[in-house]
Design a protein around this ligand. Structure first.
Ligand code: HMN
Length: 288
C-alpha cells in the first residue's frame, strides 16, 4: 500500500436510465479522471454504490475498470460484504483481474464482536496476496484506536481508510502503530487536516468531480504551504456543503456530465436528477 499515495477518487459507478451498469460511461470516466491527474482509483466503495449491486455486478465493474486503466494508476478494490465467504470470493476475483490492493468495511448489520471482525480481516488477507486497507467509516461502525491497533497486527493489513469525524487518531496511528502503516483520509471536507496529521493520501467522493482542487491541496500540504491548502479546502467545502443535502452521489454524477464525463444515474432508493428541468435547476443553484 505504501506505493499508493495522493488523491484517489472513490469512483462512482454509472448506471443508465434503467439502472443498468453502463460500461461505456465507466470507461469514459476512468479515462477522464486519469487524464485529470488522479493518483489512483478506489472502486466499488460506498460512493460506487457497492451495496446496491449483486456480487456479479461488482465483479463486472472492477473488470471494466482494471481493463480500462491498464496499469496507468493503481486500483484499490473495495470487496467488503457482510459474509467472509462472499468477501473472499470478491477478493480472489479482484486479485485475478489485476487490482493492486483490497479494501473492506468491517462486517456490519448484526453488530459483530471485535474478535469476529478480526477473524473477518484475517481470513480475507490469508486468501489472496494483495495488501488490505481496512475501512473505518461511521456507516459500518467506527473501530477506535485499540481496534485499529489489533487490525494492524494482521498479516496483510497494511493500512486504513480513515473516514471519521475526528482526526487525532491519524496522528496516533502514525506515532504508535508505525509511520509505514498507510492512512487514507476519507472525509473530503477535512482533507487538509487529514493530510496535515500525517495521512498518506485521500480517498473520497468529490475527487470524481473536482480532483484538481484536491491535487493542488495535496501538493500544498506536502510543500508546507498551509495558507494555500486552507484556501483550496474552502473552495472544496463550498462545493461539498452545497451538494450534501441534494442527493450527493447523483449530483456528483451530473456535475461530471457537465464537464464531459457523463456518469449517469444512481440506483434507487437514491434520488436522481432525471429530467432536463431538474438538472438545469441543480446547475443554476450550483452556479449561484
Ligand atoms: C467510499 O467508500 O466510496 C468513500 O471513499 C467514501 C468517502 O469517504 C465519503 N464518505 C462517505 O460516503 C461516508 C466522503 O467522500 C464523503 O462523501 C465526503 O467527505 C462528504 O461528507
Amino acid at each position: 500500500l505504501s506505493k499508493i499515495t495522493g488523491v484517489l477518487p472513490a469512483l462512482v459507478t454509472p448506471f443508465d436510465e434503467n439502472e443498468n451498469f453502463d460500461e461505456g460511461r465507466m470507461r469514459a470516466i476512468v479515462d477522464f479522471l486519469i487524464g485529470r491527474g488522479v493518483d489512483g482509483l478506489y472502486v466499488t466503495g460506498s460512493t460506487g454504490e457497492a451495496f446496491m449491486m449483486s456480487p456479479e455486478e461488482r465483479k463486472r465493474v472492477l473488470e471494466v475498470v482494471t481493463d480500462e486503466v491498464k496499469g496507468r494508476v493503481p486500483v484499490i478494490a473495495h470487496i467488503g460484504a457482510i459474509s467472509t465467504h462472499l468477501s473472499i470470493d470478491l477478493a480472489r476475483h479482484a486479485e485475478k483481474v489485476g487490482a493492486d490492493a483490497l479494501s473492506s468495511v468491517p462486517p456490519f448489520y448484526w453488530g459483530f464482536s471485535q474478535d469476529q471482525v478480526v477473524s473477518y480481516y484475517t481470513d480475507i488477507t490469508a486468501s489472496t496476496g494483495l495488501p488490505m486497507c481496512a475501512y473505518n467509516v461511521p456507516l459500518a461502525g467506527l473501530f477506535g484506536f485499540d481496534m485499529i491497533k489489533r487490525l494492524a497486527e494482521i498479516p496483510g493489513v497494511e493500512g486504513i481508510k480513515y473516514t471519521a469525524p475526528t482526526h487525532h487518531d491519524i496522528m496516533r496511528v502514525k506515532a504508535e502503530i508505525g509511520s509505514d502503516f498507510v492512512i487514507y483520509s476519507g472525509a473530503d471536507e477535512m482533507a487538509m487536516s487529514g493530510l496535515a496529521f500525517g495521512a498518506d493520501g485521500i480517498i473520497g467522493s468529490f475527487y470524481n468531480t473536482i480532483p484538481e482542487i484536491y491535487l493542488a491541496l495535496y501538493a500544498a500540504v506536502k510543500a508546507g504551504d498551509m495558507a494555500e491548502a486552507k484556501a483550496l479546502q474552502e473552495v472544496g467545502n463550498a462545493v461539498i456543503f452545497f451538494t450534501l443535502p441534494r442527493n450527493p452521489i447523483a449530483a456528483i454524477k451530473r456535475s461530471m456530465a457537465w464537464q464531459g464525463a457523463d456518469a449517469g444515474y444512481c440506483r434507487k432508493p437514491f434520488g436522481n436528477f432525471y429530467s432536463a428541468a431538474e438538472e438545469e435547476s441543480l446547475k443554476a443553484e450550483f452556479r449561484a
